[in-house]
Each structure stands twice: as C-alpha cells, then as structure tokens.
Ligand binder design. Structure first.
Ligand code: GTP
Ligand code: MG
Length: 459
C-alpha cells in the first residue's frame, strides 16, 4: 500500500486565496514534472528540496490551467517521510479540481482520510499518539485544547508513557534474572525492587489518568445538560446564558421537543450547553420522542443542571428526575424565585448530598453569577489544575491507561502476598502491551485503520 502515490486537496473546499494539492509517494516528482513548467526550473530534477518554484500547470492540450508555486520535499525530510509535492494554486473551486484531475490522470491515487499522517506513522516519522494529536490540533476548540494537542504532537505524552514502559521492562528483566539464577537467592531483593518500581509506575500512570477529565473538557467542552420537568424555565436559562433567543419559550408545558446544543464560554471553560425536552409521562408522540432524547443526553452529560420551579410545590416528576440523575455531577437550580418560594427545597437537598441549591430567577436575572461559578467549580473544585503539561484527552488513551493501571495493581497485590515472581510477569507484560498501544508499538492493524479514518482527506 505504501508503494503507490497518493494525492488530495489539503485546503478546505470553497473560494479562498490559495488552494493546495499535495502528493506523497515515489512518483510525486515524476507526476509534477508532467504537468508543471517552472520559470526557472526547466525540469523537476533541478528543483531543490523544500524550495518554492514559480510556474504554470498545463493540461493535456498544453493549455495553462493556473499560475502556481510548487515545492518538492524529498524523502525522508517530509510530513510522510516519502517524497511529497505541494502545488499551491489559486483557491478557486475549478482550478483545484482541474489540477487534482490531472495528477490523478498522471498516476496518483486519491488519498483516503488521514492517509498522509498514516504514512508518517507507518514510516516511523511520528508515533501513534503523535498522529492522533494532529487531528486534535485541527479540531481544537479552545486555547487549552490546542496547547494539549501541541504537547502531544511533540511527543510529551509518548515520552511519559515510554518512561513507564521502561520501568516495566526493567522489572521484567529483574524477574528473568531471578528465575534464571535461583541459586543466588535474589528472590527477596527482587520483591523489594519490584515493589518500588511498581509503585513508581503506578503513580506516574495515576497522574496521567487524573488529567483526563480536564483534558476531555479542553478538547470537547463540558457537556452540560439542562434537565427538569416541563415549564420550569430550562429554555429561558439557555437563552439567557447565550444572550440570544435561541430556543422557543412559552408558558405551555412541553414547548421544547428537540435537543438544542450551543457552545459558550464561561470563565474560560468551553461549555456545550444542551437544552432538553421537559421530562414527564406523556401521550404526545412527538414529545415522547423528545423525552427519550433527553434521557440519551443525560447519559452522556458531564454535568447536569437540574432546574426546579421554586414558586410551585414539588411534583412527583421532580422527585423522579432527581432519582434519575442522582449518580451524575449535578447542580440544582431553583428558578422563578421572583414569584416566591413555595417548593420544599430541603426535600431536594436531602436527595443530593453536599449539593447546595442555587436560587435563581432568569426573569429578574438573580443568582445567574452563582450558577456560573458553580459550573466553573464543578470542573476545578478540589482538583487543582494539573501541574504537569501532559494531559490525556483522548478516550482511547484513557482506557489503555486504565487497563495498564489495573494490571500493575494486580502485580503489586501479587508481590504483597508473596506469589512467585515469575507469575507476576504476566501482569507486567499486559501493562506493557496496553501502553504500547498508545504509542503504536503494540497496536493492531484494525485499530490503526479506525483511528486514521477519523481524519479529514488531505491530512
Ligand atoms: N416568573 C418567572 N417565570 C419564568 C422564569 N423563567 C422562565 N419563566 C417562564 O416560565 C415559562 C416556561 O419557560 P421555558 O423556558 O419555556 O420552560 P422549559 O423548562 O424550557 O419548558 P419545556 O420546554 O416545556 O420543558 C415561560 O412562560 C417563561 O417566561 C423566572 O425566572 N420567573
Ligand atoms: Mg424548553
């Protein structure tokens, strides 16, 4: 598969200042030579690596297609580690399409999503975690998210993970020595050594594991669902926080039927705010679907803002919802306090330990600042922002770290109860394999395919 030459448009579709067609593979230079005539460079062999050359692209009838700049980045000093050619043309839809058609006719194949980066990985220029950082950079939605991804691209996560893998390898080597030379009676020393190293590996992984929640929020935003029975003011709150009339608000219960998602920034944290259909038993077909969707949203939410109507008695619906969300991170907001407080707030408070009810009125703009503070605190309360600059933000990495940690903990337990050291090596090897899947040392083909399929074409 690495034998052929791939091509794709690297810039976004639409009209723009420039558009870039890129090629990678051994035939890149030859293909460029068939369609490009430089003003200075008469043929592509004359073109110096990584220098831009001015000239024109010609079609098969020898008509000028576009005025371009072309560059050859010869292997191995390129993004993919192969010969790469970039043609910088005018960013017009037709010009780019014509150049693409020409390079395909001259022997290139259309690249699959992420195939350039995949080649960089397969050619050993970057590891798997670094490849994954590329897509995170492209899709970053916050400064912090970009920052994390840049660190990861430069290999900081891989570096940390490899340091733990090195510890595991040294433990395995120690066990081997103990097994090979039993007459030296080093079993006891080995157990101590294993224990120390195991603890060290564990704490390093724990630090990475702890960084995940923060990392995920930097990357995707804090998924925050506004939940409550109909008519308590959920959509009113969404509109107020967004400072626009995004959702329809009426005094008819059951107004919102569909899920409404909008991003906003609260004190520097990216929030994905989700307004939902009020939860209740209903015979209305459309509303019923809305209620089902609300339940789906609830499952995935990082944080729930549970709204109750302070001006009315609690209903059995409020209690049902409270029980439904008990295990989630919840902020309770009692709305409509401008109309008096009739609801028994103590009863709700009892259902959520350590959760204060925030009294608000969207109508009179009371208590919203406290609500925003509570949202912020839900991310950073207790856990100070991570000290290390390595933050795990990828769910694949997180689950592999979880797996490695479990294996190491199992090994540590085994050491404690004096199980023969050679049996412990199984768990240590497992841990090593888990971590190797992060860097790509031990990862399987189908996982690699899956990862790169999430990229855009041309990257
Ligand atoms: N008095 C008072 N009324 C409010 C307040 N917030 C919202 N309302 C009113 O409550 C009614 C319902 O508001 P919505 O925002 O549509 O309620 P909802 O929870 O989205 O309702 P559904 O979409 O039906 O689930 C509207 O008439 C709002 O004007 C408030 O703080 N005080
Ligand atoms: Mg609504």
């Amino acid at each position: 598969m690495l034998d052929d030459t791939i091509a794709a448009v690297g810039t976004a579709p639409g009209e723009a200042g420039i558009g870039i067609v890129r090629l990678s593979g051994s035939k890149s230079q030859e293909i460029l030579g068939k369609i490009f005539r430089g003003k200075k460079a008469k043929n592509t062999e004359e073109m110096r690596s990584r220098f831009m050359y001015y000239g024109f692209i010609y079609d098969e009838e020898d008509n000028k297609v576009d005025e371009v700049l072309a560059v050859i980045m010869r292997a191995p000093y390129s993004y993919t580690g192969e010969d790469v050619v970039e043609i910088h043309c005018h960013g017009g839809i037709i010009s780019i399409r014509k150049i693409m058609e020409l390079v395909l006719k001259k022997g290139a194949r259309m690249a699959e999503p992420g195939e350039f980066t995949k080649r960089g990985f397969l050619n050993g220029r970057i590891d798997l975690a670094q490849s994954e950082a590329v897509i995170d950079i492209i899709t970053a939605k916050t400064d912090e998210g970009l920052n994390n991804a840049m660190n990861q691209l430069q290999g900081q996560l891989s570096h940390k993970v490899k340091a733990v893998m090195d510890i595991l390898l040294s433990m395995l080597a120690h066990i081997e020595a103990a097994v090979d030379f039993p007459e030296h009676d080093i079993e006891e020393i080995t157990a101590d050594n294993l224990k120390n190293n195991g603890m060290k590996a564990k704490s390093m992984l724990k630090e990475l594991q702890d960084s995940y929640y923060e990392g995920k929020i930097h990357r995707e935003g804090l998924s925050t669902a506004i939940i409550g029975r109909p008519n308590v003011g959920k959509s009113s709150l969404l509109n107020f926080l967004l400072k626009e009339n995004r959702a329809i608000v009426t005094d008819i219960p059951g107004t919102t039927r569909d899920i409404i998602e909008e991003y906003l920034n609260i004190k520097g944290i990216l929030i994905k705010l989700i307004d939902t259909a009020g939860l209740r038993e209903t015979e209305d077909v459309v509303e019923k679907i809305g209620v089902e969707r609300t339940k789906d949203v609830l499952e995935k939410a990082d944080l729930v803002i549970f709204i109750i109507d302070a001006s009315e008695d609690l209903t059995h619906e409020d209690i049902t919802i409270a029980n439904l969300i008990k295990d989630k991170k919840v902020i309770v907001a009692a709305n409509k306090i401008d109309a008096g407080i009739k609801a028994d707030l103590d009863e709700i408070e009892k259902l959520f330990d350590k959760t204060n009810i925030i009294k608000i009125s969207v109508k009179d703009k009371i208590g919203i600042d406290l609500l925003e503070k509570a949202i912020y605190d839900s991310v950073y309360s207790g856990n100070i922002r991570s000290k290390s600059n390595v933050v795990v933000s990828n769910v694949r990495h997180k689950s592999l770290i979880d797996g490695a940690l479990e294996s190491i903990e199992r090994a540590l337990e085994a050491i404690d109860i004096g199980i023969p050291v050679d049996l412990i090596s199984v768990d240590l090897k497992d841990a090593w394999n888990f971590l190797g899947s992060i860097t790509g040392d031990t990862v399987e083909e189908d996982i690699i395919t899956e990862i790169f399929s999430r990229f855009c074409i041309g990257k």
